[in-house]
Design a protein around this ligand. Structure first.
Ligand code: XIL
Length: 335
């Protein structure tokens, strides 16, 4: 019988996993119950599945996940209220049903009203069952001169859409911890934009509790982990919390690597060491008070967003048969 990850980390932080409704039963459910004490919906709390049609909310799938979590005494992170994908097209249609292109007062008012209605309905539906929300996801694009992703939200509402989203989230979920969630936060230029944004929000008195660091890494990127520690320290300095929200470790260096049908010993070993070093860092950061949660973006290699039609990936702690990998032992074997 192998040790429970959540138990091994009980003195540090909750261990989370992104899950789908079908994982609440069967073999996956057993692993989740044993090893994790926090969950997040991989897809089912996003806008498209929760409000596919204006003001018609569907929570069947997300309720399944939340009820499973409650039955098993797990925490629930909410993911995500405002993002540039998984948004149905009606959201950005003007009063005539045409796609909005201009930031007219009419479009702005309509979009803001839809944003408020969406956030209100979603967060009040779950109430205190969700302890933390990724309010805004992936708003930064360091290739833009002002650092903001040129999304539809940005085009119509300007960067103020971020403040609006946090204000609505706080208004309707006053007890929830509110996060801005982002990927590649250790990249210097990008994290500076994010830092300035969070600092600006705080100085305006907007309720923002923390930064979610997605952490989609690979076996040798980032090359060294000190940049991650540096990043966590930077945000902690602003008086906000950090969480690792979507951790996985791809065995490929980039998208152009052809890929293998099975995981080699060498890569399994390399990945195990990387997971070990990451969790070692996270524990040290925890003792410095800079991190309050670590969530993996999945359970086992049988289901991962990194596996596509053209390439199989093996980024998680359990293999396709749900057996613990070298990666699992990397996390378990502390020091
Ligand atoms: C991904 C899911 O894992 C996929 O199943 C879905 O098709 C697309 O979204 N960053 C995020 C997550 O914030 O919501 C994304 O999840 C992965 C990247």
């Amino acid at each position: 019988d192998i040790p429970s990850i959540a138990q091994v980390y009980a003195d540090y932080f909750p261990i989370g996993a992104a899950i789908q409704p079908d994982m609440t039963t069967g073999k996956n459910a057993e692993i989740i119950k044993k090893h994790f004490n926090s969950v997040v919906a991989e897809t089912r709390m996003k806008w498209q599945p929760t409000e596919p049609t204006e003001n018609k909310f569907t929570f069947t799938d997300s309720d399944l996940i939340v009820n499973f979590a409650k039955e098993n005494h797990m925490k629930v992170r909410g993911h995500t209220l405002i993002w540039h994908t998984a948004v149905p097209s009606w959201v950005f249609q003007d009063v005539n049903g045409k796609e909005m292109t201009e930031p007219t007062e009419e479009n702005k008012a309509l979009l803001r009203q839809r944003m408020e209605n969406h956030i209100k309905n979603v967060v009040t539906h779950f109430g205190d069952d969700v302890y933390a929300w990724d309010v805004v996801n992936e708003a930064i694009d360091e290739k833009q001169p002002d650092g903001f992703r040129n999304s539809k939200w940005y085009q119509i509402l300007g960067p103020e859409y971020i403040e609006d989203a946090f204000e609505y989230a706080h208004k309707y979920a006053p007890n929830a911890k509110l996060y801005i969630n982002e990927y590649e936060t250790h990249i210097k230029k990008k994290r500076q934009f994010l830092y300035d944004l969070v600092k600006g929000l705080k100085s305006k008195g907007i309720q923002i509790d923390g930064v979610g660091h997605q952490s989609h890494f690979n076996v040798n990127w980032p090359a060294t982990l000190d940049v991650i520690g540096e990043t966590l320290e930077m945000f902690a300095g602003l008086g906000v919390d950090n969480q690792i929200t979507e951790l996985d470790v791809s065995v490929y260096q980039n998208k152009s690597v052809a890929g293998n049908s099975t995981l080699s010993q060498v890569l399994a070993e390399q990945q195990g060491n990387r997971y070990h070093d990451l969790f070692d860092l996270f524990r040290r950061e925890k003792t410095k008070g800079r991190i309050t949660g670590v969530t993996l973006w999945g359970i086992a290699d049988d289901h991962t967003w990194l596996t596509t039609k053209s390439r199989k990936d093996f980024p998680l702690l359990f293999d396709e048969q749900l057996k613990p990998k070298r990666a699992y032992w990397g996390v378990i074997n502390l020091n």
